[in-house]
Design a protein around this ligand. Structure first.
Ligand code: SAM
Ligand code: SF4
Length: 476
């Protein structure tokens, strides 16, 4: 079914640029005020745009340390020490847009254009299952071929692949905005989150960065997730490509987008992503708005404090040492063993390490470690790597997900499910060194639960035995 793209009237715009600029100019980073705001967010309250701006405008490094400490605290009380793992899977590099920053741009004559055939897709999924992955995000360029039917068919194929004890239990999508009818087709195939990054919410910059193709339609993209929600997809992910425009403006715009979704649909975005502009083949990489490592820390900490219940996604665009530091500030999901090359995972078996070939990829990534290496380091840092997909499959999504997360249900469901899925990983896929540290972590976490929730603890012990005896996909 062809996607019908519309020019929308201005009333659809919910980003108030003037208000954002005025808040940023008029908000002073008063220390006493900042401490009040930190107390408010430590009580798990959402922040207003003004409050988020007060934090963003702070220039005192000691006060930033206080803000980071509050972000770490909020992460711990809302999410515990879990880190959810996924892998991106690039399905199609054909694209009709001319995004200046992207290697898939129609204006890049060197890009290798291809779409995975069903057989190639199966091979990629098998390779991902052999690594231990359970959650994928399928990524597409924007092209008439990649309509609802095609994406739904890919989703069904992914779910059908079972290799050894492996299976994919949650498929998310990062593709162009659709119309409601096309979204419905994908929704029926059973997806988790649909992600669309606005790239920049600043209209003038958006226009410059997207000179041609359907993506040049700012309002069509801005309202893309409203249509997804209308089609019944109640888990949606928003994001900004940091480096295109002023990062403080973009953070406040992300919050305005969040408020819009909450107002219209009673539920905010499931996740927020904050990719930074990385080098891409033949594309723009230098801009006046480059975000430094320190500024990226500011962005993550302020988002963590502003929207305590929204998942924050950090990807392999960032180097390993920095990811380690950023996880602590509030990241809840990350990728591991990543390849963004077309047919990259099946090839990785041959080359072991993911050396990049930029003409086949959208941009450069900075962390090419295997999933096992990412997990090993995460365990050393005290995280429970989680492959949990239970909320989505038990109907705890969208509005319901909020009900569960707000009164602290996350600890009752997520921690035990993280333990169970990590145990599966250790038994089926982990290296010896990861097993060694991993089993110890699991024992420690189970003991912790004994104190916190004896009822769940007893059920968990039974479920752990089931997994050890070979049963898979056991969850709360
Ligand atoms: N083509 C679809 C779209 O544009 O919405 C699908 C997503 S695209 C393949 C995934 C995301 O990668 C984009 O939304 C953009 O934020 C990000 N991206 C593009 N070029 C990038 C670059 N040079 N560095 C880092 N991220 C980039
Ligand atoms: Fe195409 Fe997406 Fe790249 Fe833009 S960012 S050129 S739409 S793949």
């Amino acid at each position: 079914m062809k996607v019908i793209i519309k020019e929308l009237p201005e009333k659809y715009n919910f980003i108030d640029e003037e208000r954002i600029h005025s808040i940023l100019v008029n908000t002073k980073p008063d220390k006493i005020k900042i401490r009040e705001i930190l107390e408010k967010s430590k009580a798990k309250n959402r922040l207003t745009l003004e409050e988020a701006a007060t934090l963003l405008n702070n220039e005192d490094p000691d006060v930033w340390e206080e803000i980071y400490a509050a972000a770490r605290y909020v992460k711990e009380i809302v999410y515990g020490n879990r880190l959810v793992l996924f892998a991106p899977l690039y399905i199609g590099s054909k694209c009709v847009n001319g995004c200046l920053y992207c290697g898939f741009s129609i204006d890049n004559p060197h890009a290798i254009r291809m779409t995975l055939t069903k057989e190639e897709l199966i091979k990629e999924v098998e390779a991902l299952e052999d690594m231990g992955h359970k959650r994928l995000i399928l990524v597409y360029g924007e092209h008439p071929e990649y309509n609802g039917e095609r994406i739904a068919e890919d989703v069904r194929t992914v779910y059908s692949v079972k290799k050894g004890k492996g299976e994919i239990r949650r498929v998310n999508i990062n593709a162009a905005p659709m119309d409601v009818e096309n979204y419905k087709l994908v929704h029926e195939a059973g997806i988790g989150t649909w992600q669309i990054f606005q790239e920049t919410y600043h209209r003038e910059t958006y226009k410059k960065m997207h000179p041609k193709g359907p993506k040049s339609n700012y309002l069509w993209r801005l309202t893309g997730l409203d249509r997804a929600m209308e089609a019944g997809i109640d888990d949606v992910g928003i994001g900004v490509l940091f480096g295109l425009y002023n990062y403080k403006f973009e953070v406040l715009a992300l919050l305005q987008h969040t408020e819009h979704l909450e107002k219209e649909f009673g539920v905010g975005p499931h996740t927020i992503s904050f990719p930074r502009l990385n080098p891409a083949f033949g594309a723009l990489t230098e801009t006046p708005y480059k975000v430094s490592d320190e500024q990226l820390k500011h962005i993550i900490a302020v988002l963590r404090l502003s929207v305590p219940y929204t998942g924050l996604i950090l990807t392999a665009r960032e180097p390993a040492h920095l990811r380690r530091e950023l996880f602590k500030l509030g990241v809840s999901q990350t990728d591991g063993g990543t390849s963004i090359e077309m047919k990259g995972y099946s090839k990785m078996r041959e080359r072991k390490k993911a050396d990049q070939e930029l003409d086949k990829e959208q941009f450069k990534i900075n962390d090419v470690r295997s999933l096992d290496e990412v997990i090993y380091e995460a365990v050393l840092d005290g995280y429970i790597p989680s492959f949990c997909t239970s909320c989505y499959r038990a109907g705890r999504t969208g509005e319901h997900f909020m009900e569960y997360s707000i009164p602290g249900f996350i600890h009752n469901f997520c921690t035990p499910n993280a333990i169970l899925t990590f145990l599966e990983y250790l038994l089926d896929y982990a290296s010896e060194k990861t097993k060694e540290v991993g089993f110890k972590l699991i024992d420690k976490e189970i003991e912790k639960l004994k104190e916190v929730n004896p009822k769940i603890y007893n059920v968990l012990l039974k479920k752990v035995e089931e997994v050890k005896n070979g049963k898979r996909d056991v969850y709360f």
